[in-house]
Design a protein around this ligand. Structure first.
Ligand code: THU
Length: 162
């Protein structure tokens, strides 16, 4: 029997102003994308922006539905739009932000488990890590290298490709 330890490092910035220009720009786009959110049930507005290796940025926001599970998170709206428009271009970076109607989103917003699995697929497709920039409304920002970093023991079955 072996015990295996999993750990990862990430950067914590005090504010969006401390970020490198390209990261800041992408997080600003994610923040702006919260305005497109359709969240009449949760009143929680998430924005995401993904930058492709060709420099093009796609943004998305959460889209809710009366049949709750039919809605989609902001991250998948942005990433699927990018993947559908430029299927051969890897994704370089993804920024996420959120605001809520009745409270301040003070902590950085990490992607949910479904989005981690969905977006990991594109890291595998292009064999590249996506640079993640996670912000809240204000305050701290986390920068993490790779969606796979956030999903240890992800479901990866190469046999399904055969
Ligand atoms: N949501 C996202 O858009 N991204 C996440 O990573 C977590 C949650 C959305 C789904 C729902 O519309 C609302 O936030 C509250 O869960």
């Amino acid at each position: 029997m072996n015990e295996v330890t999993y750990s990862f490092n990430y950067l914590v910035y005090n504010s969006i102003e401390e970020l490198a220009f390209a990261d800041r720009e992408l997080l600003e786009k994610a923040k702006a994308a919260t305005h497109g959110s359709f969240a009449p049930y949760s009143h929680y507005h998430v924005g995401a922006a993904v930058r492709l290796a060709n420099g093009i940025i796609f943004s998305g926001s959460n889209q809710e539905n009366m049949s709750f599970p039919a809605g989609s998170c902001a991250e998948r709206v942005a990433v699927f739009a990018a993947a559908a428009s430029y299927p051969d271009i890897p994704m370089e970076a993804l920024a996420i932000s959120a605001k809520a109607d009745s409270f301040d989103v003070t902590d950085p917003v990490p992607p949910c488990g479904i989005c981690r699995q969905a977006i990991l697929e594109y890291e595998l497709k292009f064999n590249n890590k996506i640079h993640l920039i996670l912000g809240g409304q204000n305050g701290h920002v986390y920068v993490i290298e790779g969606m796979g970093t956030l999903l240890p023991l992800a479901f990866i079955e190469k046999g399904l490709k055969k």
